[in-house]
Each structure stands twice: as C-alpha cells, then as structure tokens.
Design a protein around this ligand. Sequence first.
Ligand code: HH2
Length: 289
Amino acid sequence: MTAVDDILASHHTGRWFVMGILNVTPDSFSDGGRFDEPKRAVAHAQAMIEEGADLLDVGAESTRPGSQRVPAGEQISRLAEVLPGVCDLAGRAGAVVSVDTTRSAVARFAMDCGAQIVNDVSAGREDADLPGLVADRRGALVLMHMPGEPATMQDDPRYDDVVAEVRDFLAGQLDALARDGLPKDRCVLDAGIGFGKRLEHNLALLTDGTRALRGLDRPVLVGPSRKRFIGELSAGVAGTAPTPEDRTGGTVAACLAARSAGASLFRVHDVGAVRQALLVADAIEQARE
Ligand code: HH2
C-alpha cells in the first residue's frame, strides 16, 4: 500500500518507489501509439501493477525533444477514456496515480478521477493555478528542471555548473510555490534527465545532482528511462545504437546509481526490471551492515 505521505517522507525513511510510465499519446519517444487505445492502456497499467509499480504516471502530452504542445482540452479527452479505469485498478492495488501535465485544468480533471500527484515538467512555471490546486487537494507536486520548452530545449544546452544551476533553479521554484500557497513539504524534486541536457550533464545529474537536490530536504525523483543518453553510451555494441525498447540495462544502471546517491522515486517503463534491481541492491547493502 502506497500513500502520498509515505512518498513525501521517503527522503527520511529510506523507502523507495517505482513509478510506471503510461503515455496515452500517439508520439511519445518510447511507447507512443502503443497505449492510446483505452483498453490497451488499462491493460498495460494492470501489467505494471503486477510487476510491482507503486505509482502510475499517466501522461497525455509527449515532452520529448522537439515535441509540440497539446492543448489542455485535448489532453483531457485523451485521459477521459483511460484515467477512471486506471485510478480504479490502482486504488484496488494500493498504488498511487500521478498525472504528467503542466496544466491545472488537466490536473483538476485527473484529481477528480482519483490522481493524487501532479508531475509538472515546468516546475510550476506554466500555470499559476497549479500550486493552489495541489495544496487544496493535499496532493503532491513533482517539480522538474527543464530549460525553455521541449521544442527547443536540446538546441544547444550549456551550463557553467549544471548541478548547481539545476539545484538553484529548483530551490527558487520551491520558494516561489511556497509563496503561492503550496508548502515545500508537498513537493518532490527532479533534475530532468534528458531535458535540455547533454550526455555529460545527464551523467553528473544522476549522482551529484541527486545529492545536491537531497540537500534541499525533499524526495528526489529520477527519470532516465530508455532515454537517448543510454543509446549514446551503448552505441557500437551491436554496430548501431539500441532502440528505446533495448535500453533496459542502461535504465537499471542509471536508477541504481541514482539510488546510491539518495533518489527515492524511479520513473520508468521497465517496472519489473528496475524493482528487481533495487531489491537486490538493498539486500546487498543490508548484508554488508
Ligand atoms: N521524462 C519524460 C516525461 N515526463 N517527468 C519527470 N518528472 N521526469 C522525467 O524525466 C520525465 C517526465 C519523458 O519520457 P516519456 O514520458 O517516456 O516520453 P514522452 O515525453 O515522449 O511522452
């Protein structure tokens, strides 16, 4: 049984949670078009729960590099056929549902269906009504670092000190949202792997970035799942870069590295593999104590 308050306390308790990704989109980089048919989406949610997902993150807008924005009304109509069923089966299984959106209208619809977390890749910058909504519902908000917009973020990402800049940005957003009525203790932080980042930025953020965000006294979420940096690192093994579906090993490695640096939420496509890896890593750690 997973409760939002357990997730919000995970940086103190040491518990971790696997968040399964469900994209009801035609164009997501890994699973686009696979789950935009409602029956298949709900069946996939069920499969991820059986693999041990503690949370399900349902999104109706791709934010992959170069993607175009999806209006709130279109996001709601994509979610309408899927979310009630997903919330129902998550509720019966003791899992929490989050909605991957930057728009308060979409978040309100999802929370009316039973979602308790809003995963906002704009970290509260896009919709001034979002913090108040999350506060009123006693939900949680994931604040993610992204420079600019998905359409342009990979054009030429540059940082003097990526870890410090991401930490300072998220610390500033925590303060800004607190002024707008959302207490810091309702927030989770995410460095935004693959969002306006080059390979070296992603690598630094998984460990040093996680430690820096932990320094802000909030739980840390990482989302390396099947992303391009894994393909870049393993290109050449079989002559070509692996497709997103063939990046499970790299996803597991990235999650374990982030776990050792203190991350407690893992947003992934491959729920069973990541959960198994985290359980084994825990057992190895306990055997040493
Ligand atoms: N990554 C994606 C989407 N949402 N949210 C958080 N908090 N962190 C992430 O790293 C993150 C996210 C992109 O991955 P995916 O949902 O698989 O693809 P797409 O955006 O193409 O739908």
